[in-house]
Write a protein that binds this ligand. Structure first.
Ligand SMILES: Cc1cc2nc3c(=O)[nH]c(=O)nc-3n(C[C@H](O)[C@H](O)[C@H](O)COP(=O)(O)OP(=O)(O)OC[C@H]3O[C@@H](n4cnc5c(N)ncnc54)[C@H](O)[C@@H]3O)c2cc1C
Ligand code: SF4
Length: 328
């Protein structure tokens, strides 16, 4: 049995100092990391408990935006007045994930960092998984690929990012605030997760020893017309096969601005500005919605078991846009 050191950080600077030690990993709610340790997938030498460093607040920013502390729990965030009123898309996405018990434990930072649910990654009985064991091959490419990517995949990995929250954050132009030993830095949520390329073992742009301190949401014109549509095998307690975060800023019947992000289709939430531009300045018909759906999924490529996802996500985009607009 491998022993693991445990440190409880007292403040963010202390947490980042502790994280400079080899093999250190932060632990928030533990709902993903502990499962992966038990499954022999993750092997941290040192766990740094960051649940008591005071980053669990949700506060208004001077520019009309909101900062969510990295240690705010998923339930507290989804049910917070500021989030429900100004960012209902994020609230819907969070509430569609996991179960009430898990959401009570899961943190915003942990949700951003949760790892793929590709079964070849989470089950060490399978030898081939480049993400878990770089250079070992990808079991899913020629094997079971029903829940895998249709966009942005590489020869090395076809896994998807499993988070619902990340899809809403990408649509809402959120930024991830990161503490480093040299001070804070900020990354757009759309740039935080990576495509797999030939380094699928690296999920995000976070460097070793860096810690997420919060997520900033800009002032949003999308509160009235937003919808998170999640399609899954069971009505609850299941990861998305595909999902769509759709947000519209409407003036009369015309779209001023549109945001669409997709989940369950790629190694990161999938957004394409050109597809959103197709909707702007329009009184939407299904022709516009279908054109945006086709643009967003241009270049989609299916594997053995997931061809259905291409049509499914295109139809989901049309439905999410109609619901966001309030069209029956
Ligand atoms: C049965 C089950 C069903 C689920 N269903 C869904 C679902 O439908 N949709 C969905 O979106 N999610 C789902 N989840 C995933 C769940 O949302 C994540 O497990 C949870 O969000 C992770 O948060 P945590 O705080 O527990 O992270 P932890 O397990 O504590 O940490 C996860 C990772 O994040 C790192 N980390 C944590 N905090 C920070 C930080 N501040 N800075 C840097 N790194 C950090 C840790 O080192 C670790 O690598 C499900 C989970 C389970 C177990
Ligand atoms: S898709 Fe990625 S995570 Fe899944 S087996 Fe292939 S390399 Fe591993």
């Amino acid at each position: 049995m491998q022993s693991i050191y445990y440190d409880r950080a007292t403040d963010p600077a202390h947490a980042v100092r502790l994280a400079q030690q080899p093999g250190a990993k932060f632990i928030g709610g533990g709902t993903n990391l502990l499962d992966l340790i038990k499954a022999d997938v993750e092997h941290p030498v040192r766990l740094i408990d960051i649940t008591r460093i005071g980053l669990d607040q949700i506060t208004e920013l001077a520019d009309g935006g909101v900062r969510i502390g990295a240690l705010a729990r998923n339930s507290d965030t989804a049910n917070h007045r500021l989030i429900r009123e100004r960012y209902p898309l994020l609230s819907q996405a969070l509430l569609s994930g996991a179960s009430p018990q898990l959401r009570n434990m899961a943190t915003i930072g942990g949700n951003l960092m949760q790892r793929t649910r590709c079964p070849y990654f989470t089950d060490t009985a399978f030898d081939m998984c480049n993400k878990r064991k770089p250079g070992s091959g990808c079991g899913a490419r020629e094997g079971y690929s029903r829940v895998h990517a249709i966009l942005g995949a590489s020869n090395a990995c076809i896994a998807v990012n499993p988070s619902d929250m990340n899809v809403a954050l990408a649509a809402l132009d959120a930024s991830v605030v990161i503490a480093t030993p040299r001070g804070d830095r900020v990354i757009a949520a759309t740039d935080f997760h990576r495509l797999p390329g030939n380094k699928p073992e690296v999920d995000t742009m976070l460097l070793p020893g860096e810690m997420i301190v919060g997520v900033d949401l800009p002032a949003s014109p999308f509160a009235l017309h937003a919808h998170y549509l999640k399609i899954r095998d069971r009505a609850s307690y299941a990861f998305a096969l595909v999902s769509v975060a759709a947000a519209l800023d409407m003036e009369g019947g015309m779209v001023r601005k549109a945001r669409i992000a997709l989940g369950g289709v790629a190694h990161k939430p999938w957004r394409l500005a050109a597809a959103e531009t197709l909707l702007q300045g329009k009184n939407l018909t299904d022709d516009h919605r279908i054109a945006a759906a086709k643009a967003l999924t241009a270049g989609a490529r299916a594997f053995k078991d997931n061809k259905f996802k291409i049509e499914l996500v295109q139809r989901a985009i049309v439905r999410a846009l109609r619901t966001a607009e309030g069209v029956a």
